[in-house]
Ligand binder design. Structure first.
Ligand SMILES: O=C(COP(=O)(O)O)[C@@H](O)[C@H](O)[C@H](O)COP(=O)(O)O
Length: 363
């Protein structure tokens, strides 16, 4: 039996600003999804990161299945209705179209899906970010799948030694999806050359070269490409299979502990470090520092074990303390230089419009 894992995420309204969904909204979304467990779905798990609600579901319908996407759409729509009743901020923010048209791609929510034949033991993790950009996972995933300095399995395990295949998306393409497929380690420098630009390029999927098995998928939607203007952030979700022929769960820790500077945070217009946090953490009132959470599960016949929170053990408190220092240091320079995004990446356009007016005053 082939199992499909689908992760679907949307910001449909939050309490007191762009912070977190209310309990009633979360409960409504979960209720709609849970009704289908045992029918359309094998299992479901609902959580949030900042103000984004994440649905993890398992089923046998394959990726991009209209019934699965419609269920998520329904859950987000009914959740939005509750958010409106409660007067929450940004109710329905990520639902950019009024009607469902067979697929969530292009409607606003972030989607990552993969299909595979379950291994006898099938550990996997779900990563979800808030207040950042689709390329936010580029560096940690590059390090864990392609760099032996971080990924000890690349040296120590014959299963990992042949390396991984990266499918990378050009996020600037608005007309059609545009990908390049590059093999590590042979094309390492080319992979690095693309992934360094996390505003423009994002990993879409990663594959084991030895076994041809899918290892990771990342959502790559840019909301701006759909709406033609800034409407909220394109913070990614990812599904990653781990252990044996893939990197081990704990090998993901050090790359995420680096907390690279990524685009996002307040008004989607600055650079701050990507902070690993526990699942169900509200957005930070420290300038909306970008956040990533991770839950790992074991899968059996398409059903989930209870989750383990990947960034909850005591090491992460120390990491977070350092990330906060890094973030505070950057914020000290306010609008200046790399603290604020380059002009073409700014999600609020007020400054660009003002500069055009100022141009007229030059002589
Ligand atoms: O990053 C933010 C929101 O991100 P989000 O859409 O929740 O991913 C915030 O910093 C907002 O940009 C900021 O609070 C201003 O919001 P508005 O007043 O324009 O809604």
């Amino acid at each position: 039996m082939k199992v499909t894992l689908s992760v679907l995420k949307a910001d449909i309204g939050s309490v007191g600003g762009h912070t977190l969904p209310s309990r009633r909204v979360l409960a409504k979304v979960e209720e709609v999804v849970r009704e289908e467990v045992g029918r359309l779905l094998l299992d479901a798990h609902v959580f949030h990161i900042g103000d984004d609600i994440v649905l993890l579901v398992s089923h046998t319908q394959g990726p991009r299945n209209p019934a699965i996407h419609e269920l998520a759409w329904k859950a987000f729509r009914e959740g939005t209705q509750v958010a409106k009743e409660e007067g929450l901020y940004g109710a329905g923010q990520d639902l950019l179209k009024d009607a469902f048209s067979g697929n969530l791609h292009g409607l606003g929510p972030q989607v990552a899906e993969m299909e595979f034949a379950e291994r006898p033991a099938e550990p996997f993790m779900v990563l979800a970010a808030d207040k950042t950009e689709p390329g936010a996972f580029n560096l940690p995933l590059y390090l864990v799948f392609a760099d032996p300095m971080y990924s000890s399995g690349l040296l120590l395990s014959p299963d990992l030694r042949p390396g991984f295949r990266f499918r990378i998306m050009d996020l600037a393409q608005t007309e059609r999806d545009s990908y390049i497929v590059l093999d590590a380690p042979e094309r390492l420098y080319d992979i690095a050359a693309l992934l360094r630009d996390s505003h423009r390029f994002g990993i879409e999927s990663i594959w084991s070269r030895k076994y041809g098995e899918i290892a990771a998928v990342v959502s790559t939607t840019r909301l701006r490409n759909i709406a033609g203007r800034y409407v909220g952030k394109d913070d990614p979700v990812a599904i990653i299979r781990t252990q044996k022929i893939f990197p081990a769960t704990e090998e993901f820790g050090p790359p995420f502990a680096l907390a690279p500077f990524v685009a996002g945070d307040t008004r989607g217009s600055h650079h701050l470090p990507l902070m690993p946090v526990r699942a169900n953490t509200p957005a930070s009132t420290f300038f909306c520092v970008p956040m990533v959470c991770g839950l790992a599960f074991s899968l059996k016949d398409g059903r989930f074990s209870e989750p383990v929170d990947l960034f909850a053990d005591p090491v992460w408190d120390t990491v977070r303390a350092k990330v906060v220092e890094k973030a505070q240091e950057m914020r000290r320079q306010g609008f200046y230089g790399p603290a604020m995004l380059p002009m073409e990446e700014l999600e609020y356009t007020g400054i660009a419009e003002r500069l055009k007016e100022l141009e007229r005053e030059f002589s």
